[in-house]
Design a protein around this ligand. Structure first.
Ligand SMILES: Nc1ncnc2c1ncn2[C@@H]1O[C@H](COP(=O)(O)OP(=O)(O)O)[C@@H](O)[C@H]1O
Ligand SMILES: [Mg+2]
Length: 247
């Protein structure tokens, strides 16, 4: 693997006596779409939280662009380009998509205390937000209060807001959760075309989506990572079947 954007070195995470994983050596190649799969409780979300800095590892290193980032805050990592999807919270729920994305753009530029008043004064910012929303098929919903949007559109908006931060690595924890199969496919189809060039790491349960959209797959199971390989290899692997049969 020539160009590694993100890797972990002997990463360990324990919650008290529960060792979620130990000596986890994970690599993410620059530019790839990479899926993490594995049964519930395997540590997938924990892994993303360690990478983004919401949780601290028990041992080991997280290396982003060749630099150990263990000591960096989540905000510092976002600035450096490690971005996970926003969860639309009560603040954003009362805004509309245009305002929400414009705020994300302001945040990206690291300007002090992004505020709606500032957003309203900056037409270039609003133009950029509008263009981004249009790209993702949300042109018709620019001014709809977010809490009035259909659920699938809210999930899509979360992705757009993360993408507005110009991530080097975009981390998505089950972006299609709660969507219909059809909506899930639409979301991933959009992701695949619109985020071309961005490294995307996503957690996903739907194997059809995984095998269709991931270029590499990491399989997590209780205690660690079982394998990391191209979809064709993962699909046929006996250890992976074992994990999914609940052995
Ligand atoms: N904050 C926490 N405190 C204690 N245990 C946790 C915490 N977060 C996750 N866990 C446990 O760690 C394991 C991995 O959880 P998680 O990363 O959410 O799994 P996944 O996303 O693969 O379903 C589970 O056994 C879960 O109960
Ligand atoms: Mg999870």
């Amino acid at each position: 693997m020539s160009d590694i954007v993100l890797e972990t070195r002997d990463l360990r995470k324990a919650f008290g006596g529960l060792v979620v994983f130990d000596r986890l050596n994970f690599t993410l190649a620059r530019g790839e779409r990479h899926a993490i799969i594995g049964p519930n409780g395997a540590g997938k979300s924990t892994f993303v939280s360690l990478v983004t800095g919401l949780l601290q590892p028990t041992a080991g290193e997280i290396v982003f662009n060749g630099k150990v980032v263990n000591g960096q805050t989540p905000q510092e990592r976002v600035k450096a380009g490690l971005v996970r999807t926003f969860q639309i919270n009560t603040l954003f729920a009362s805004l509309n998509p245009l305002e929400s994305v414009a705020l994300a753009l302001l945040e990206r530029e690291g300007r002090a205390k992004p505020s709606l008043a500032k957003v309203a004064r900056e037409s270039a910012l609003l133009d950029e937000a509008e263009a981004l929303l249009a790209k993702f098929g949300l042109a018709g919903e620019l001014l709809t209060p977010t809490n009035m949007l259909a659920y699938g559109m809210q999930r899509l908006l979360e992705v757009v807001m993360a993408f507005a931060m110009r991530p080097q690595v975009l981390l998505l924890d089950e972006p299609a959760a709660g969507l219909s199969t059809h909506q899930g496919h639409e979301l991933f189809a959009q992701l695949a075309t619109l985020t071309a060039g961005t490294t995307v790491l996503f957690i996903e349960h739907d194997m059809n989506l995984v095998f269709r959209y991931a270029e590499r797959v990491s399989v997590f199971a209780a205690g660690g990572m079982v394998m990391q390989d191209i979809p064709e290899k993962v699909r046929g692997d006996a250890r992976v079947r074992e994990v999914y049969l609940g052995a």
